[in-house]
Design a protein around this ligand. Sequence first.
Ligand SMILES: Nc1ncnc2c1ncn2[C@@H]1O[C@H](COP(=O)(O)OP(=O)(O)OP(=O)(O)O)[C@@H](O)[C@H]1O
Ligand SMILES: [Mg+2]
Length: 213
Amino acid sequence: MITFENVCKKYSEDERPVFQDFSETIEEGEFIILTGESGNGKSTLIRMLLKEIDPDSGKITVNGKDISLIPRSEIPFYRRSIGVIFQDFKLFDEYTVFGNLELALTLTGGAGRDKEKRITDILKLLGIDRMFKRYPGELSGGEQQKVCMARALLNDPVMLLADEPTGNLDPASSEEIVKLMELVHRHGTTVIMATHDYDLVRQVVKDGRHVPL
Ligand SMILES: Nc1ncnc2c1ncn2[C@@H]1O[C@H](COP(=O)(O)OP(=O)(O)OP(=O)(O)O)[C@@H](O)[C@H]1O
Ligand SMILES: [Mg+2]
C-alpha cells in the first residue's frame, strides 16, 4: 500500500543525507512503529508522505500511485485521505472542541449536512463527547491529544500518521492515546507512528511492526 523505493533525502550539501537509498514496503492495515535516535529522519519520513517535502530521488507510492506525480492542485485532496497528529497539539485556542473539528471539516471541504453527527460520533468513539463545548485551554494534554485524534479521523482517513503523539504526555495519558491508536488500527486503518516510547507501544500493539531508522 505504501512503498519507498531507493529514497534519498538531504537538506543541505554539507550534511550527511537523512535517507540514502531507503526502501520499505508497508502493507495495508499495518501498524508501523517508527523509531530511531533524534535526527534519524522520523519526522522527515512523515513529512515526505504528506508531501510537505519531496525526496531528492527515489520513489514513494501510496495505493499504487507515485505521489511525486500528484499535481499541486490535488495535494489538498490527497492530504484529506491522511490523518495526522503531532507532539504539539496544534489546536486553535479561540475555538471550542466542536469548533476545532467543525473548522477542520470546513477547511477540507468535508462540511456537509451530517457534519454535527459526524463530529459527535467521533467524539463519542474517543470518549470525549462531554467536552465538546470546552476550549483547548480547559483540557489536559491527554484530552487535547484526543481532540487532535478526533480531528485526524474526521475524514475517515486510509492512514493515520503520528509524529511522537505521546511526546508531551504523562505515562497514563500516553497509554490511553496508544490504545486509541490501536483501536483505529483494528478498524483497518494503516498507522505509522514515530515514537520514543517503544516499550509502551509494543505492549499495547501486539502485531505492530518495528521499523528502526
Ligand atoms: N527543514 C530542515 N532544514 C534542514 N535540516 C533539517 C530540516 N528538517 C530536518 N532537518 C535535519 O534532518 C535530520 C532529520 O530530522 P528529523 O526531524 O526527520 O529527525 P527525527 O528522527 O524526527 O528526530 P526527533 O526524534 O528529534 O524528532 C536532522 O539532522 C535535522 O537536523
Ligand atoms: Mg521528529
